[in-house]
Design a protein around this ligand. Structure first.
Ligand SMILES: [Zn+2]
Length: 217
């Protein structure tokens, strides 16, 4: 029921009922939770993930509100001309001073599949073009794989490439130049089993970032 006015919009009632149950559950554990949450956010982690509804950052990592700063888009992309992403990264690094940037892809990503298949609506095609390039560049490896394996391997490659792109972002490089503690990680999530895995591409300084950016995978 609307608590703001006397309108009769009930279409989202199940969500408001869920919200009330969620509030009750949290308060029963910690009556001061929302008072503390309202004072500040001080997250240690910054998640860059896919918009896919099956990959929610907090739930997967078992974190509460206030513990992870989040940016999501189709296929967890980090693009040097994306003002939204660059701004969120700068805010996370310079204002919140997060210690970990976690780029997380997921197996079976629809965006990655669409990049392989092509023939998408124009904006989607444009957005996914970098992934198509990774696919073409890995053509030798891809030729050995089944369709399903190709998608999953390209999901991993895409994460590694986006970690590389994060290492190019001025806010990240400046943080390393100043000696700020900042680690950039690449992870992949399995929708089929709920497991989060480390792709072991962690970078935490400028010299390693330079080497990683130049490295051919
Ligand atoms: Zn996805």
């Amino acid at each position: 029921m609307c608590t703001k006015c006397s309108c009769t919009d009930h279409s989202l009632d199940p969500l408001f009922e869920n919200n009330q149950r969620w509030i009750d559950g949290i308060i029963s554990e910690d009556p001061e939770f929302f008072k503390k949450l309202a004072k500040q956010q001080n997250p240690e982690y910054f998640w860059i993930g896919c918009s896919d509804s099956r990959v929610p950052a907090n739930e997967i990592m078992g974190l509460m509100p206030g513990e992870v700063f989040v940016h999501r888009n189709v296929a967890n992309m980090v693009n040097s001309s994306d003002m939204n992403c660059l701004t969120v990264v700068q805010y996370a690094v310079e204002i919140l001073k997060v210690k970990h940037i976690i780029v997380t892809g997921h197996y079976g990503c629809g965006g990655v599949k669409a990049a392989i298949e092509g023939n998408n609506p124009d904006m989607i095609e444009h957005w996914l073009r970098p992934i198509r390039k990774y696919y073409q560049r890995a053509s030798k490896e891809m030729a050995q794989l089944t369709k399903q394996q190709q998608v999953d391997r390209l999901c991993e490659i895409n994460v590694i490439e986006q970690v590389r792109n994060v290492c190019h972002i001025p806010a990240v490089r400046k943080a390393w130049e100043k000696g700020q503690h900042l680690e950039v990680h690449g992870l992949i999530f399995g929708i089929h089993d709920g497991r989060l895995q480390n792709l072991c591409t962690t970078i935490d300084n400028l010299a390693d970032a330079e080497a990683f950016v130049m490295r051919e995978d």
